[in-house]
Design a protein around this ligand. Structure first.
Ligand code: GUN
Ligand code: ZN
Length: 438
C-alpha cells in the first residue's frame, strides 16, 4: 500500500456534475466547469476545491502541486458491472449469451480455482482499470472464494474502492464451477466477515443469474442479505430473450424474471442488475419501488446481440442507471469506448445521449447506482479523492478535431466518440497518483 502524502494540490481544468438529478434535462444545470481550478486532498479526501485564484491562500510551502495546464480533470470513472476472470476472453467469437457462457466463459472461469492464477489475472485486471481511468468497479469473481481474496488483495495495494463477491451457482454449469446452497452461504458469509468494510473494500452477494441457482440457493442468498443489509446484491437480469424464456420455465410460480429475485429478498437500494434490456412494465415499476439499480452495458449488449437498452425509459421510470463494461462480453475496459457505443444504442432508438449526460452516467450517476454518491462521483469537499486526468489530443486526428471544438460540450462529445485508454494521462486514487501514461 502506498504511503499517504499529507496534502496534495492539483491545478488544472476541472469538470464534474455537482448534484445527482432525477431528469436528464437537469444535468446541464448541475455541470461545474472551472478553467483554472485547484483541488486539495488530505488523507484521501477532498478538503478544498474551487478557482485557482480563490485557493491561493490555501497553499502551503510543503505542498506538492501537480499542474495539468492542457488537460481536463474529471472524477474517476465508475464501472457498475464487470467480470475480472473474463479479462482474458474479450472477443470470443460467434455466440449469444447462453451458448457463449457454455462455450467460452465456464471453461475460462474454471482456471480460477488456482489462487496463483487468480492473483496473476487480478493484478493485471486492477492495472487495466487504472490505465483506463476506472477508479471504482462492481466486480464478479468466480465461484471460488480464493478468487475474491485475489481481487481484494490486488485492489488494496492501490487503496482502490471495489465492490466484489463470490459467484453463487449450484446448477446448469460444469461441476468444477458449482457450489451448493449451503456452501455458497457459508463461503459468502466468511468472505463478508473478512472483506466487507475492510479498508475501501465492499462485498456483493453474487448469484450469477436465476438459471444457475436453485430456489434453495436464492433463498440462502436472501437470508444472507437479511443478515447483512448493508452488503450489495449483484446479478444479471433480462439480458437475452432465450434467457428470459428459460427463467420463466424454471420459475413458473413467479410473475417474471425480476420477480424471482424480488421474491427471495434480493431487490433494494444496494442491488445492481446488469443489462435489463427487455424489462416488462411491472418490472420497471418494481425496480423503481425497490430503488434497485441497472448497469447499462452497451458494448456487451451489442457484442452478444442482446438488444438495445432503453435509457430514456429508465429516466421516465426513475430507475438509477450506472455504466458497465461487462468485460468479457463487453469489448473495452475504457468508459470512453463504452460511452461511444452508449450513444449509438440511443441513436438506434431515435434518442440522444448528450456529452454531459454521458459524463453523469460514467461518474456521479454510477456512484448513485452503487449507493455511494455521498462518497464518490464529483469534487465536492469531503468526498474521496478519486479522479483522472484526460488528454483530449492523444492522436493526430483527435488534435485536428479538438482544435475545432466549439465549446466544452463539443470537446467532450468528440472525446467520448473517439477516445480510449490513450486519453487517460493519469489516475489518482485516494489523492495519490497510481497511474501515469509514459
Ligand atoms: N449472465 C450470466 N452470466 C453472465 C456472464 O458472465 N456475462 C453476461 N454478460 N451475462 C451473464
Ligand atoms: Zn455480466
Amino acid at each position: 500500500m502506498s504511503s499517504v502524502v499529507q496534502k496534495t494540490a492539483i491545478r488544472g481544468r476541472f469538470l464534474d456534475i455537482q448534484n445527482s438529478v432525477s431528469q436528464a434535462t437537469q444535468i446541464l444545470g448541475q455541470t461545474r466547469y472551472i478553467e483554472d481550478g485547484l483541488l486539495i486532498t488530505e488523507q484521501g479526501k477532498i478538503i478544498w476545491f474551487g478557482d485557482w485564484e480563490a485557493g491561493l491562500s490555501q497553499l502551503t510551502d510543503d505542498m506538492r502541486i501537480d499542474h495539468y495546464p492542457d488537460q481536463l480533470i474529471v472524477p474517476g470513472f465508475i464501472d457498475t458491472h464487470i467480470h475480472f476472470p473474463q479479462t482474458e476472453m474479450v472477443g470470443a467469437y460467434g455466440e449469444q449469451l447462453l451458448e457463449w457462457l457454455n462455450t467460452y466463459t465456464f471453461p475460462t472461469e474454471i482456471q480460477f480455482a488456482d489462487k496463483n492464477y487468480a492473483d496473476k489475472i487480478a493484478q493485471f485486471f486492477v492495472h487495466e482499470l487504472l490505465k483506463n481511468g476506472t477508479t471504482t468497479a462492481l466486480v464478479f469473481c468466480t465461484v471460488h472464494p480464493q478468487s475474491v481474496d485475489a481481487l481484494f488483495e490486488a485492489a488494496e495495494r492501490h487503496q482502490m474502492r471495489l465492490i466484489a463477491g463470490k459467484v453463487m451457482m449450484d446448477r446448469h454449469a460444469p461441476e468444477a464451477l458449482t457450489d451448493t446452497a449451503e456452501s455458497a452461504y457459508t463461503d459468502s458469509k466468511a468472505l463478508i466477515e473478512k472483506w466487507h468494510g475492510k479498508g475501501r473494500n465492499l462485498y456483493a452477494i453474487t448469484p450469477r443469474f436465476a438459471p444457475t441457482s436453485t430456489p434453495e440457493q436464492l433463498a440462502k442468498a436472501g437470508q444472507l442479505k437479511a443478515e447483512y443489509p448493508d452488503v450489495y446484491v449483484h446479478t444479471h437480469l433480462s439480458e437475452n430473450k432465450n434467457e428470459i424464456a428459460w427463467v420463466k420455465e424454471l420459475f413458473p410460480e413467479q410473475q417474471g424474471y425480476l420477480d424471482v429475485y424480488h421474491h427471495y429478498g434480493l431487490t433494494g437500494e444496494r442491488s445492481v442488475f446488469a443489462h435489463c434490456v427487455h424489462l416488462e412494465e411491472q418490472e420497471w415499476d418494481c425496480m423503481h419501488a425497490t430503488d434497485s439499480a441497472i448497469a447499462f452495458c452497451p458494448t456487451s449488449n451489442l457484442f452478444l446481440g442482446s438488444g438495445l437498452f432503453p435509457l430514456k425509459k429508465a429516466w421516465e421510470k426513475q430507475v438509477k442507471v450506472g455504466l458497465g463494461t461487462d468485460i468479457g462480453a463487453g469489448t473495452a475496459f475504457c468508459h470512453l469506448q463504452t460511452l461511444n457505443e452508449a450513444y449509438k444504442v440511443q441513436q438506434l432508438q431515435g434518442d440522444k445521449l448528450s456529452a454531459m449526460e454521458s459524463l453523469y452516467h460514467a461518474t456521479l450517476g454510477g456512484a448513485k447506482a452503487l449507493h455511494l454518491d455521498d462518497r464518490l462521483g464529483n469534487f465536492n469537499v469531503g468526498k474521496e479523492a478519486d479522479f483522472i486526468v484526460l488528454n483530449l489530443k492523444a492522436t493526430a486526428l483527435q488534435q485536428l478535431r479538438q482544435e475545432r471544438a466549439k465549446n466544452i460540450e463539443d470537446a467532450l462529445f468528440a472525446l467520448f466518440t473517439m477516445g480510449d485508454d490513450r486519453n487517460i494521462q493519469a489516475t489518482y486514487i485516494y489523492g495519490q497518483k497510481v497511474y501515469e501514461q509514459v
